[in-house]
Design a protein around this ligand. Structure first.
Ligand SMILES: Cc1ncc(COP(=O)(O)O)c(C=O)c1O
Length: 492
């Protein structure tokens, strides 16, 4: 071997030799702006006062606890007891009863009994059977139609579920999956990874981001005419990044469209409890498929990351498969078994989300109060931020009917668009980068989600805590007013 240990030789694994499908993947929610935001946060830590703002505000991602949202006490009590199960031993149980409510102790004991007392052991590949039974009961109570625990698969977050389902759907590079624009970039990234085609359809900004079946037909027709084997349709309801909630009649039209066009339906319903509108309450695709007795093949997704639970880091989620061929179900089981099992605490947290304390249980009132406080606060913040955006020049924004985001439209001056293009940047990307450098607020440019051609947006969560919300809005407002004034002056 040469003296430099072969260091002068090119590495075997280089960007040019790596999997090209990963090279082309993009995921703006953690893209250039959040990366710069992390650098700024490190800089502020090392030298406080070095920037015109005192902290970085990460509004780029729906990660509520990062911005101070308190976890639900019952969920944490159960997971603490499971994690250190000695607290449930006869020697310590009396002490434990002084610190933990009876129902948290009972739930931890019940959960531990499902895994033979071992939270550190692999579980069944689809997830713990009893938790899947709880999920099935939750779906039955929500929809009024039966659900089968064997059609439910617990996963590491909804992301793991979506990736698994796309993996089984994509059989060749000709396969296409219809995705909404704007969309949550998990879909474009996963399709790029699988070398499949994203077939975009457009949500209607002027009608609160509703879904137009005419546009589905247009998108499908164009893709099929171009030789794409379109197999599935993704709907995100409530929408990310749009915050739109679909009307039940619209959901029915989508189900009928998928039946007619022989498409598998993927319903991403992770924001199903983040609903702030009275007019469009959440209705699941499963309910509509069941009510219509539709043969449509459906996968629906849910997660502990969103709602009021907000336990993103615990990575818990599931999919429910409806009307899926039994041999494909066996293949899905095989696929799940290759990665052994989803993480156990994530599974247990799914169990708490779908089977919370009931009336009469020691924790019922506290659980409901915590849930209600988080919900009301999110609702207030959603409204307040939309009002603030709509009060500004060159900016308009639909109210969030659901989810955790606003997706305002910005009118960018031509001089600024030219400037961005001369720098080789997306105009909305440059706008967001300038916002970050001026205010410390990190948001995601609309180009990261897709947007109607010629329009510009950004996505901001409304998750900064209420105590800090006015300061957050003031920082943004002063940046935007400066921006508008500067380019107005340069155009005179
Ligand atoms: C629409 C949508 N689907 C899926 C996910 C993934 O969630 P999880 O944390 O459960 O993987 C997110 C996360 O933001 C999302 O917004």
């Amino acid at each position: 071997m040469s003296a430099d240990n072969g260091a002068s030789q090119a590495k075997v694994l280089r960007v040019e030799t790596m999997n090209p499908r990963i090279r082309v993947m993009e995921y703006a929610v953690r893209g250039a702006i959040p990366i710069r935001a992390e650098e700024l946060a490190a800089e502020l830590k090392a030298s406080p006062g070095s920037r015109p703002f005192s902290k970085v505000t990460p509004c780029n991602i729906g990660n509520p606890q990062q911005l101070g949202q308190k976890p639900l006490t019952f969920l944490r009590q159960v997971s603490a007891l499971m994690e250190y199960s000695d607290l449930l031993s006869p020697a310590l149980l009396e002490q434990t009863r002084k610190l933990f409510p009876e129902d948290a102790i009972a739930r931890a004991q019940r959960n531990l009994s499902h895994v033979n007392g071992a939270v550190g052991a692999y579980t069944q590949s689809l997830g713990i059977h009893e938790i899947r039974e709880d999920v099935a009961r939750f779906i039955e109570q929500r929809d009024g139609f039966p659900a089968d625990p064997n059609s439910i698969c617990l996963t590491n977050g909804a992301s793991g579920a979506v990736e698994r389902v796309l993996d089984i759907l994509v059989s060749s590079p000709d396969v296409g999956v219809m995705i909404p624009i704007p969309q949550y970039p998990l879909y474009t990234a996963s399709l790029a990874h699988l070398d499949a085609k994203a077939v975009p359809y457009y949500l209607q900004e002027e009608s609160d981001w509703q879904l137009s079946v005419a546009d589905l037909e247009r998108a499908l027709g164009e893709a099929r005419a171009g030789g794409v084997d379109v197999r599935a349709l993704v709907v995100i309801n409530p929408g990310n990044p749009t915050g739109g909630c679909l009307e039940e009649a619209n959901i029915e039209e989508v189900v009928r469209f998928c039946e007619r066009e022989r498409l598998v339906l993927l319903a991403d319903e992770v924001y199903q409890t983040n609903i702030y509108t009275e007019t469009n309450p959440f209705v699941s695709f499963k309910k509509v498929v069941s009510r219509l007795k539709s043969p449509v093949e459906l996968f629906s997704f849910h997660s502990i990351s969103k709602g009021m639970v907000g336990e993103c880091g615990r990575r818990g989620g599931y999919y429910e498969a409806v009307n899926i061929d039994s041999q494909v179900m066996a293949q899905l089981l095989k696929l799940a078994s290759v990665s052994l099992c989803p993480n156990v605490q994530g599974q247990m947290a799914v169990g708490v989300m779908v089977n919370p304390p009931q009336p009469g249980d020691a924790s019922y009132e506290q659980y409901q109060r915590e849930l209600g406080d988080i919900y009301q606060s999110m609702r207030r913040r959603a409204k307040k931020l939309a009002l603030a955006f709509n009060s500004l020049p060159n900016m308009s924004c639909n109210d969030a009917q659901g989810a955790m985001y606003l997706f305002p439209k910005i009118e960018l001056p031509q001089a600024f668009i030219d400037e961005a293009q001369s720098l080789g940047q997306q105009p909305d990307g440059l706008y967001c980068m300038r916002m970050l450098e001026a205010t410390g607020i990190s948001v995601v440019p609309g180009s990261g989600f897709g947007q109607a051609p010629g329009t510009f947006h950004f996505r901001s969560t409304f998750l900064p805590s209420e105590e800090l919300f006015d300061e957050f809005i003031a920082g943004f407002r002063s940046f935007h007013l400066d921006f508008v004034a500067r380019y107005a002056a340069s155009q005179q």
